[in-house]
Design a protein around this ligand. Structure first.
Ligand SMILES: Cc1cc2nc3c(=O)[nH]c(=O)nc-3n(C[C@H](O)[C@H](O)[C@H](O)COP(=O)(O)OP(=O)(O)OC[C@H]3O[C@@H](n4cnc5c(N)ncnc54)[C@H](O)[C@@H]3O)c2cc1C
Length: 275
C-alpha cells in the first residue's frame, strides 16, 4: 500500500511578520512547528502501513525550511519525504496549494507507482480553512472523507475503505473506493514519540525536492498567480480589556446587583446599537 500524508509547516507563534506588499506571512522569519493536526495524520499513515504493508510518504509544500517538518515525519515513521518548494509557489491560497500538491502526487505516482490513500490533517492552525484536503480530492478526481475519527477497515483487494466520521450531529460510518483523501481529527490516535533508533534511522533518509520544473503544472496555477483568494489584511485584533467585578454579600442582594448590572450593559449595548 502507498500512503501519502500531507503536512504543513506553520508559525510556532502568532508573533509573525507580514509581508507589507503581498499581505502574506513571512514564513522564513518565523519560528516553526509541524501543524499539530498533521502529527495525527502522520501517525495514522504509519499505522496503516504497519497494518497493510507498503510505504508512507510525507509531502509538504513550503519554503526550504519546511524540510525540518518532513524530517520530523521521517522520525515518526514515514519511509520517504518530498518537499515541493519553489519561489513560484509563494503566497498560494488553498486552490493554488491543492493544484501544486495534486501535481506533486502525480509526480510521485509516475516515479513510484499508484498512491492508494492520501491523509491530511483536519486544518492548519494558521490559514485555518480546512479547504486543502477536500480541494486536493477534487483536483485528483477521487472521494474526500473529512472529519475522520477512525479508520474501521481497508480492503485492498476490493479497493475499499470504511471510516467513521465525527460530525456535530454525531458519528457516521462511510464506505468509499480507494484511492481517497482523508482529513483526520485529533482524537484518531496518539502520535508516537520517536525513539532514538527511529531518529537515527530518519537521519539516513533523504528528502526529495520538487520545483515547478519537475511538475506538470502551469505556473499560472501556482502561488499568488494561481490564487483567486488574496488575504487583504492580516492583523492581530486589539485585546479587549475585561474588568472582572466581584459581588460579595447577602445572596439576594448580590443577585439584585448582578441583575441591575446586566440590564445596564444590555441597555448600553442597545443604546449604542440604536445610535
Ligand atoms: C491568516 C491566514 C488566513 C488565510 N486565509 C485564507 C483563505 O481564507 N483562503 C485561502 O484560500 N487561503 C488562505 N490563506 C492561505 C493559506 O494559508 C494557504 O492557502 C495554505 O497553503 C493552505 O490553507 P490552510 O492553511 O487553510 O490549510 P488547511 O486547508 O486548513 O489545511 C488542511 C490540511 O491540508 C494539508 N496542507 C495544507 N497546506 C499544506 C501545504 N502547504 N503542504 C502540505 N500539506 C498542506 C495539511 O494536511 C493540513 O492539515 C490564509 C493564510 C493565512 C496565514
Amino acid at each position: 500500500m502507498r500512503v501519502v500524508v500531507c503536512i504543513k509547516q506553520v508559525p510556532s507563534s502568532t508573533k509573525v511578520k507580514i509581508n507589507p506588499e503581498t499581505n502574506t506571512l513571512m514564513r522564513d522569519q518565523a519560528g516553526t512547528i509541524v501543524n499539530p493536526f498533521d502529527e495525527f495524520a502522520v501517525e495514522e499513515a504509519v499505522r496503516v502501513v504497519e497494518r497493510h504493508g507498503g510505504e508512507a510518504i510525507a509531502l509538504s509544500m513550503g519554503p526550504p525550511q519546511a524540510e525540518e517538518a518532513l524530517r520530523a515525519a521521517l522520525e515518526q515513521g514515514c519511509d520517504r519525504a518530498y518537499l515541493v518548494s519553489d519561489r513560484a509557489f509563494a503566497g498560494a491560497d488553498t486552490l493554488a496549494t491543492s493544484h501544486t500538491l495534486a501535481a506533486a502526487i502525480k509526480k510521485i505516482e509516475a516515479e513510484l507507482g499508484k498512491v492508494d490513500l492520501i491523509i491530511c490533517g483536519k486544518q492548519a492552525i494558521d490559514g485555518d480553512t480546512g479547504q486543502v484536503g477536500p480541494s486536493l480530492a477534487v483536483r485528483l478526481g477521487i472521494p474526500p472523507l473529512s472529519y475522520v475519527s477512525k479508520i474501521i477497515g481497508i480492503n485492498l483487494e476490493a479497493g475499499k475503505i470504511t471510516a467513521e466520521r465525527s460530525l456535530e450531529e454525531g458519528k457516521e460510518v462511510v464506505r468509499s473506493d480507494l484511492p481517497a483523501v482523508l482529513t483526520v481529527l485529533k482524537n484518531i490516535n496518539i502520535p508516537r514519540y520517536p525513539s532514538l533508533l527511529a531518529k537515527r534511522k530518519a537521519k539516513q533518509k533523504s528528502v526529495d525536492k520538487l520545483g515547478l520544473k519537475d511538475l506538470d503544472l502551469p505556473e499560472e496555477k501556482t502561488g499568488l498567480k494561481g490564487s483567486p483568494t488574496w488575504v487583504v489584511r492580516i492583523f492581530t485584533p486589539e485585546a479587549r480589556s475585561s474588568k472582572a467585578q466581584i459581588y460579595t454579600g447577602e445572596p439576594s442582594h448580590t443577585a439584585r446587583l448582578l441583575a441591575d448590572r446586566i440590564m445596564e450593559i444590555k441597555c448600553k449595548g442597545k443604546g449604542e446599537a440604536d445610535g
